[in-house]
Design a protein around this ligand. Structure first.
Ligand SMILES: Nc1ncnc2c1ncn2[C@@H]1O[C@H](COP(=O)(O)OP(=O)(O)OP(=O)(O)O)[C@@H](O)[C@H]1O
Length: 592
């Protein structure tokens, strides 16, 4: 399912179609050299878009994708190579392959599917790694593919040139394949999987908390991107007619990654921009490489002019445009807003049907020698607001992290009804009806307010009524008219409200709020208190709230527990707790 408005997708697809075909049309009137340059441009653009599907959406830079291009090239070429040539140059091929000669399109399709299967196996392993570890693993992948290609002589001719591949890639086949690849990349970005992956890229802990299984989404994007790379590889092989393993190694990786970085990783607009800029720079500087005359002066030959130029443009992009020349938005996202019509939006939230009590028993959390939480037990009932207070460092956030499975306690149990939560993954908890916010705001800053909330609704309760839940949550927190803004640009108070709306879109039975009023002024805090009261009264949600604002705790909470140095020193109504001597001592010191 696609999450972007229909007209965005229609405009984007139409623009891709028209621009690529216009470029191909113009190039077809030019010289043979121009036509060849444009074929390479289209193939490069497919490659950049392919890497972008994985790297742009996951935030993990991949050095390994050119390896998939290589596998696609060899695979498709082995299927189209004339049988007599195979017999002569690859005598040890398995007989079924030696006697197979397919048409270019069918061979390309098979190569794309084959690479999809290979990517599923490799991606299942790489998807478990985070950040730079994942990037380094992709580098290992490139080296392994290169090594296998050289070593598997019977099939690839080893380090020697693989020649005789029918030259089937014309300007128009490259252009049409480019349109298909770019539209596929664009659709993936705005698919549910793409939106979830972008959320995970922006903040993995928050993404888990709204039910997103980031590893699964990474795997999907890895497969889609590898298949697009295979398409690029098959086209390139059938354009060149002859190639060696060197063609699919560091040099091409450098070129494609420089396009991606310069243009912008996270959009198809960025892939296009990067491919245009780097192709132009390469073409211009290549002409100066062998020396030129300027105002009568003979300029000497400068080796590596092209690489130096590309290096400089990467430096420029990093200093001036860290998100690439095209930025973080697709062109049509900047042109048209989402149509948010508060009048027509479904805004009624459903009262919660299942009401389950949460029972925390004997929770202990040790960090090395420090016991941050020591034997804490309490119950959170549906429809009540339970406050957890205590001095700084007393263990409140640690308790909340254990309840939401972000941390596994050293000892203890957390039961929701009869279900034990300890040992579960944090992305499973949202589907048990537990949603939360964080002490340090954890939004998905590159997504809009609407997308922040929508992705949570799509990732919980099997995505049922996701749109209605999104609107209802935005409405409750007074955010409908800000739905189109980038969440990262909002004030602290508004960001906190987006976090609560996002949690609410999960349709929770229990809501954990870690300092929800931090950064809000008094008026905003009062509004928030009113909203939280309504959530309890109208929907029957149970709320666990950690805050230092004692006015908020006193006025809002039905029951309050006090932590001090990891131990629970009091529990009761706000008034009982206020008058408890142990609490007064913990807050004000023994002399009080
Ligand atoms: N991941 C961690 N690794 C090591 N120590 C930690 C970790 N998380 C928390 N702590 C320590 O555990 C203790 C309790 O921290 P916690 O953040 O739960 O307190 P808190 O009551 O929420 O504090 P505050 O009100 O300042 O947010 C502190 O001493 C903190 O330094």
């Amino acid at each position: 399912m696609i999450t972007a408005p229909k007209r965005h997708i229609v405009f984007a697809s139409a623009a891709i179609f028209l621009v690529i075909l216009a470029i191909a049309g113009l190039a077809s009137f030019g010289s043979g050299a121009l036509e060849r340059t444009m074929i390479v441009f289209f193939v490069s653009l497919i490659g950049v878009a392919g890497i972008g599907v994985y790297s742009g959406n996951s935030g993990i830079l991949s050095f390994g994708h050119v390896g998939f291009m290589g596998i696609g090239a060899y695979c498709a070429s082995l299927l189209t190579l004339p049988v007599p040539l195979k017999t002569a140059t690859l005598p040890n091929l398995p007989s079924w392959l030696a006697t197979t000669q397919l048409d270019f399109v069918l061979a390309t399709l098979i190569a794309v599917l084959f690479v999809g299967v290979v990517a599923a196996i490799i991606g299942a392993a790489i998807g478990r790694l985070e950040g730079s570890a994942a990037t380094i693993a992709t580098l290992g992948l490139l080296i392994i593919v290169h090594g296998v290609t050289i070593g598997w002589r019977d099939v690839t001719r080893g380090a020697q040139t693989f020649f005789g591949v029918p030259r089937e890639t014309t300007l128009w086949t490259a252009a049409i394949a480019c349109v298909i690849a770019l539209i596929a990349a664009r659709l993936y970005r705005d698919s549910i999987s793409g939106l979830r992956l972008r959320a995970g890229r922006d903040n993995a802990i928050a993404a888990n908390a709204v039910g997103i299984n980031i590893q699964k989404e990474r795997l999907v994007s890895f497969i889609v991107s590898a298949m697009i790379m295979a398409l690029a590889g098959a086209l390139l092989a059938h354009f060149l007619g002859a190639f060696s393993p060197k063609k699919f190694y560091f040099t091409d990786t450098f070129f494609l990654l420089s396009m991606l970085i310069v243009g912008g990783m996270s959009t198809v607009t960025g892939a296009f921009t990067g491919a245009v800029v780097i192709t132009l720079i390469t073409e211009i500087l290549r002409r100066f490489e062998s020396g030129f005359t300027l105002f009568g002066f003979e300029m000497p030959t400068i080796f590596g002019t092209t690489q130096i130029g590309i290096g400089l443009i990467i430096l420029f992009a990093m200093f001036r445009k860290a998100n690439g020349l095209a930025g973080l938005k697709e062109w049509e996202e900047r042109l048209f807003d989402r149509e948010i019509s508060p009048q027509n939006a479904p805004t009624a939230s459903q009262p919660i049907e299942e009401h389950t009590e949460l029972q925390a028993s004997g929770l202990v959390m040790q960090f090395g020698g420090l016991t941050a939480v020591n034997d804490v037990s309490f119950t959170l009932k549906p429809g009540e607001i339970f406050g957890l207070i205590g001095p700084n460092g007393s263990g409140k956030t640690t308790v909340m992290n254990m309840l939401s499975c972000v941390l596994k306690p050293t000892v203890g149990s957390v039961k929701l009804g009869d279900t034990e939560l300890i040992g579960r993954k944090s992305n499973e908890v949202a589907n048990f009806g537990i949603a939360r916010t964080f002490q340090n705001i954890r939004l998905f800053p590159d997504l809009t307010v609407y997308q922040n909330v929508h992705v949570a609704a799509l990732s919980t309760r099997q995505g049922k009524n996701a749109e209605a839940r999104t609107y209802a949550a935005l409405h409750r927190l007074g955010l409908l008219d800000r739905a189109d803004e980038d969440s990262g640009t909002l004030s602290y108070g508004d960001q906190r409200r987006v976090e609560i709306a996002r949690a609410l879109a999960c349709e929770p039975t229990l809501l954990f709020l870690d300092e929800p009023a931090a950064g809000m002024n008094r008026e905003e805090t009062d509004d928030l208190m009113e909203t939280l009261r309504k959530l309890c009264a109208e929907l029957g949600i149970g709320i666990l709230i950690v805050d230092h604002d004692l006015k908020l705790i006193n006025e809002l909470c039905d029951r309050v527990a006090v932590l001090n140095e990891g131990k629970m020193i009091a529990e009761g109504t706000p008034e009982e707790v206020r008058n408890n001597p142990a609490v007064v001592e913990a807050y004000l010191g023994r002399s009080a």
